[in-house]
Design a protein around this ligand. Structure first.
Ligand code: MG
Length: 276
């Protein structure tokens, strides 16, 4: 009797032990044995005999030009001043080429004149560094894409969105600092509505072959109030409200500013550009 009970307990204990045993783990994935060592990048200028003196790796030419960063009233000495608050002489209506008809303010800024149309620089550019400051009105008006909507069109074609996104959500690839309908910004870094924002934009134009095919997309880097929001982002093509991006061949183009046509009341000031 005792033996039978003991054997019975043993049986139950062994059953529980088996049942609680860890499940068999999945077999480790077999790593392919075709992995090769990383490609070694070699630089012709750093090949040959290893230098033994510091002078052997110190260059004196070509000499970079000297640029005074604030010589032109806060703009670099080699900058092209596109707007300094004194006139709109460098700008024309994008539609008909007549003199730009936006509002010139006493404080050195200009404001979109509702339904006066987009304006653009008379001058056209390829690769450039652009500095531009913009402000949405302190007095909030409209929702979503209708709240202080404007835009900076690179080469007159590719829009970097200007929008009052403060407590005003919209689709991310259309928010402030986006490449409109293509690339959401890495961060939202606007100052409060009614204060001045800065955009510092580094742009490289697309390249096309003789047959009209694109061999290189445009790229853009944008700092919004000093915060990186576009990091050498590819621009796939046009930035339409409706439709896919398209990229027809083109040459140099102007800087264009958008009149969104809904009384956006966005202001701009201190616009300068350095050709690259
Ligand atoms: Mg816009």
């Amino acid at each position: 009797m005792m033996n039978k009970t003991f054997i019975g307990l043993l049986f139950v204990a062994s059953f529980l032990a088996c049942n609680n045993a860890p499940k068999e783990t999945a077999k480790e994935e077999v790593v392919s044995d075709t992995v090769t060592s990383p490609e070694v990048i070699t630089y012709p200028e750093y090949s040959g005999t290893e230098p033994t003196k510091p002078e052997e790796t110190e260059l004196y030419e070509p000499v970079p030009p000297t640029v005074n960063p604030t010589e032109k009233n806060g703009a670099p000495s080699d900058a092209i001043i596109l707007f300094d608050g004194t006139s709109l002489d460098n700008w024309v209506n994008s539609e008909d080429g007549t003199q730009a008809d936006w509002i010139l303010n006493d404080d050195g800024s200009m404001t979109v004149k509702n339904k006066a149309g987009d304006i653009q620089t008379k001058q056209k550019f390829g690769d450039f560094q652009l500095h531009i400051e913009w402000k949405s009105p302190a007095e909030i008006q409209g929702e979503g894409q209708s709240r202080a909507n404007s835009g900076v069109f690179l080469q007159g074609i590719y829009e970097i969105q200007v929008l009052d996104n403060n407590n005003n959500d919209t689709y991310t690839n259309g928010q402030v600092g986006s490449i409109y309908k293509q690339g959401a910004p890495l961060a939202k870094s606007s100052v409060p509505s009614g204060e001045w924002n800065t955009y510092d934009i580094i742009y490289h134009a697309p390249e096309f072959n003789d047959q009209g095919g694109k061999i290189k997309s445009a790229t853009v880097t944008v700092l919004h109030n000093g915060v990186l929001i576009q990091d050498h982002t590819e621009i796939k093509g046009t930035t339409p409200y409706i439709g896919w991006p398209k990229n027809e061949p083109h040459g140099k183009g102007p800087i264009k500013l958008q009149d969104h046509g809904d009384n956006s009341r966005v202001s701009y000031r201190n616009i300068w550009l350095r050709e690259l």
